[in-house]
Design a binder for this molecule. Structure first.
Ligand code: ATP
Length: 234
């Protein structure tokens, strides 16, 4: 479904990712892990059309999307939840969700995906009239994921969904990611929490200073001695 080939992205003289290749098949959960500054966010931003690659290609659902603007990439069914969530703080939960479904404004059923979102995060239904800025960190993350789901994506990219969230809600978010996949949405998940993300992923890539250090089945990555030592503290 997603095929990234030899992708290189730089900020001025600093090469953030270099020759990264990665693939995601339909209905997989694929994790991208790595330390601070390894290039994980840059990889997602480049796929989402928010950064331009110096070289390499991004193919999604059979089309080259490497040169497309971010909003056209979203329209093709590839949704992205950035690390900073980019919610509209003064708007209510309901209005943030409605803005997510603008792609369907012509079809007249902008609120149709709401039912799906409420089943996934009942808390969102309880907080519909609340301003986004007054939600807890975990609830804001749920709202950011929910808003992305309102675009009815085929593939959902999540950047560090567990960041800044209390432990109880982290489990809830990871559980929700599994359930989103079970509804037929493919997931590309960037996480520093390697151990937890390997538990819900089919496959994983480990980035180190902008390059793919290792990739494989989640179970193999978890059992790899180098990974256990360097990333899992074992
Ligand atoms: P983290 O887990 O800390 O978010 P990351 O793996 O997502 O890290 P990136 O955010 O992709 O890593 O950063 C990769 C490298 O690119 C880092 O050295 C970072 O300082 C640099 N970088 C990221 N964004 C920019 C930018 N807008 N301008 C200049 N350098 C940047």
């Amino acid at each position: 479904m997603l095929e990234v080939t030899d992708l290189t992205t730089a900020y001025g003289g600093l090469t953030a990712i270099s020759g990264v290749s990665l693939s995601v098949s339909r209905n997989e959960i694929v994790a991208v892990a790595g330390a601070n500054g390894a290039g994980k966010s840059t990889l997602l931003k480049t796929i989402a059309g928010l950064e331009r690659a110096r070289s390499g290609s991004v193919n999604f659902a059979g089309a080259d999307i490497g040169h497309l603007h971010a909003h056209l990439i979203t329209a093709k069914g590839l949704a992205y939840v950035p690390e900073n969530k980019r919610l509209f703080p003064r708007l209510t939960v309901r209005d943030n969700l409605r803005l997510g479904s603008y792609l369907h404004r012509k079809s007249g059923d902008r609120e149709a995906p709401l039912e799906f979102v409420f089943k996934l995060f009942p808390r969102m239904q309880e907080r519909l009239a609340q301003r986004a800025e007054t939600l807890s960190g975990g609830e804001q993350q749920m709202l950011a994921i929910s808003r992305a789901l309102m675009t009815r994506p085929a593939l959902l990219m999540l950047d560090e969904p567990s960041q800044g969230i209390m432990p109880k809600l982290v489990d809830e978010i990871f559980d929700a990611i599994k359930r989103i996949r079970d509804t037929g949405v493919t997931i590309l998940l960037v996480e520093q929490r390697l151990s937890e993300s390997l538990e819900i992923s089919d496959r994983a890539y480990v980035l180190q200073t902008g390059r793919v250090l290792m990739n494989g089945a989640a179970a193999d990555i978890r059992d790899n001695p180098e990974i256990r030592r360097a990333y899992l503290g074992m």
